[in-house]
Design a protein around this ligand. Structure first.
Ligand code: SF4
Length: 376
């Protein structure tokens, strides 16, 4: 089991790290649960993310069967989309739009703001947040600018900073109640057969996740997975969507696999509206019972087993037969904007030959950090 801190700040020493394993160390075990030892991760916290450690993790990922929330949800969404993104030529890249870049900018601000909790004045934390937003905005929108892309006024840095300034005002009192323990945590947790699992499940796989943060409610000691979603649609609608969201349940299940994580009771869902003339936010706590988490685990096993069965059947098929087997769900084509594989579906596999392939892993920051919610 890996538990890794992967986000670094200008001054990592300013982070208060209460999570015993992540401060400096990663506990390493193999897929059979054999404990292999502790590795020092200080180097990851202090150097840029293009370190040999990140490379090693990515090499390791290339050799194991792993699923994260993104992979699982794309498999559930549209079989053809899963085929394009996970299989065709090793998987086609999913181009990330400006909505996701704005989401990354907001997430960078929140992470920097959290880093100063309880140690530096709130006004200084805001400045740290805005600085982090500026750096991230330059990085993620840089390429689009080079390509001559005209930025929507909602996504301009000034607007995003103003949105977050109002957000910090709005949750000023509530944020005092929760101590951010860690931002941008990655976890790799094996899912192995155990009593009560579907009988056909015999081969383990890895569940990989990268959560926005882990917070502790100071009064009770309870832990919460903190997930921030950005949306250009209605924040209330987005909050409702997350009440039975698989992602949050899976993250809580994963945190509870660590002895220090047993106090995790649920998800603190945070929704930030990326709007031009209105400031809109929503926040709620979704508690996750043990029954929900165990059900999430068994459902995940069934999703993976169904996917494995498709892969087995696809092995001997021609390309056309394969495409027919990974059938299209056209209700998904315009969900959150145009599907990134629409042209491959519309013009056919010849067009897909010119599309770049997917190299993204949850340990990278150069590529999309997350799928921002974008309801146009
Ligand atoms: S365009 Fe529609 S059918 Fe094709 S992969 Fe995307 S969601 Fe599926």
């Amino acid at each position: 089991m890996y538990l890794i801190q992967i986000r670094c700040y200008k001054d990592p020493k300013r982070l208060r790290l209460d999570w015993p394993i992540t401060s400096d160390l990663v506990a390493v075990s193999d897929l059979n649960g054999n404990y292999l030892g502790l590795a020092d991760l200080k180097v990851v916290a202090q150097l840029s993310l293009e370190t040999s450690m990140i490379q090693k993790l990515n090499e390791w990922l290339a050799q194991v069967e792993w699923y994260d929330n993104h992979r699982l949800s794309i498999i559930l969404e549209c079989r053809r989309k899963a085929y394009w993104h996970l299989l065709h030529r090793g998987g086609l890249a999913q181009r990330v739009g400006p909505g996701a870049h704005a989401g990354s900018t907001v997430h960078a601000g929140i992470a920097a703001y959290e880093a100063g909790w309880g140690r530096i004045p709130e006004s200084e934390r805001r400045l740290d947040a805005f600085e982090a937003m500026r750096d991230t905005h330059n990085r993620v929108f840089g390429q689009l600018r080079e390509e001559g892309f005209a930025l929507d006024s909602r996504h301009e840095l000034d607007n995003l900073v103003d949105i977050m300034d109002t957000y910090f005002d709005r949750f000023l009192e509530e944020d005092h109640l929760y101590r951010p323990i860690q931002s941008e945590m990655a976890m790799c947790v094996p899912i192995r057969p155990q009593a009560g699992d579907p009988l056909h499940f015999t081969d383990p796989f890895w569940y990989i996740l990268r959560m926005d943060g882990l917070w502790r409610r100071e009064a009770t000691g309870d832990l919460y997975v903190m997930e921030t979603k950005t949306t250009s649609g209605g924040v209330k609608r987005e909050l409702t969507r997350h009440q039975i969201n698989r992602q949050g349940t899976g993250y809580v299940w994963a945190v509870r696999q660590f002895p220090e994580g047993e106090a995790c009771v649920g998800v603190l869902v945070n929704v930030v509206g990326i709007l031009k003339d209105k400031r809109d936010y929503a926040r709620d706590v979704e508690t996750k019972s043990q029954t929900m988490c165990e059900s999430w685990r068994r459902q995940t096993i069934n999703i993976v087993e169904d996917w494995r069965e498709l892969l087995r059947r696809a092995k001997t098929l021609t390309l056309q037969e394969r495409l027919d087997m990974f059938y299209q769900d056209d209700k998904q084509c315009m969900n959150y904007g145009l599907c990134p594989f629409h042209d491959a579906c519309y013009f056919g596999p010849v067009f897909a030959e010119s599309m770049p392939t997917n190299t993204w892993t949850p340990f990278q920051v150069q590529q999309p950090l997350r799928e921002a919610v974008e309801s146009e």
